[in-house]
Design a protein around this ligand. Sequence first.
Ligand code: FES
Ligand code: CO
Length: 351
Amino acid sequence: MLVTKQPVLRRFWYPVIPIGELQDGPRSFTLLEHPLVLWLDADRKPRAAEDRCCHRSAKLSLGKVVGGNIACPYHGWQFDGKGRCVVVPQKDCAISPNYQVNAYSCAERYGYAWVCLADDPLVGIPDIEETRDPEFRSIQEFYETWKCAGLRVMENEFDLAHPAFVHQGTFGTEEHTTPDSLEFTEEEWKLHVRGVLGVVNPELQQQNLKMDAGETVRTLDMTWFMPFTVKLRINYPNGLSHIIVNTMTPIDDSTSQMVQFCVRNDTEADTATADVVAFDRAVTLEDKRILETTDYDVPLSPNREQHMFTDKPGLIMRKKLVALLKAHGEVEQTRETEFPINERVRLEDWR
Ligand code: FES
Ligand code: CO
């Protein structure tokens, strides 16, 4: 599936920039190949618009914020959060109602500015209920660009056969190549999977978990929020719940922004934030190394890759995405549909 060729994916919310990064002025971000400018308005609320001035097409993200409006760096026209031009500084120049740039839905959640490119999102920003629970603290972990399709990362999170091999440097062990159990529940916009997996418990993690054991068991309560957010609630036998939330915000067909934060029911005095982040960072880099080698054109049709039983969550994701496309009058766009095989054969004949 080529994400930029499936218009329905524009109807979901994605985290684009940490709110803190907007304090010093506007920033740019490319979401599904749409160049955006983001800034904070007079109420310190994030705003998003097309990063292209309607006058002579300069990048608004090179401008500055003036009174909550974004001012173009070229001739100083200013646009409000709805994309309307509200100031033209040139003397005797009236503001035409056509002086307008596209503005997009934008909201703050979990420390990020989230954007939906459509006026009518199909579903809200994923709700992580533990962030409202006083027993839990939220920890910002990282955001960065991966050369990888978001769907690969979603499937990988639910793939309990990979830790034994990919995560041998952190918690994986070939003693446990498959989960002890795996259960599924589907909802309209979500998939829940519950699994139990034995893992090793390296030293940093033993400190983080306040556990001595060299081995432990992870009971995983995993939720996939369509299309590219996953919540991984990892429950340990001592009552600790470590929740990882990550979104793979689609930048273009082969590139995503990985956004990850953590929510857990202990305190800074129990475990230093830096240690929590260090362990999750090590685990994530193990995934990144492999996932960036996979094909970004993830086939939704099951016959273009081979499967085993631990792939079932990923196959349900693919099936739900096929149904989503169908419900919106789309079919999966792939590199094959972009450049049909018979077209290529004909080009070959010319050589
Ligand atoms: Fe933006 Fe002229 S290009 S004001
Ligand atoms: Co992994």
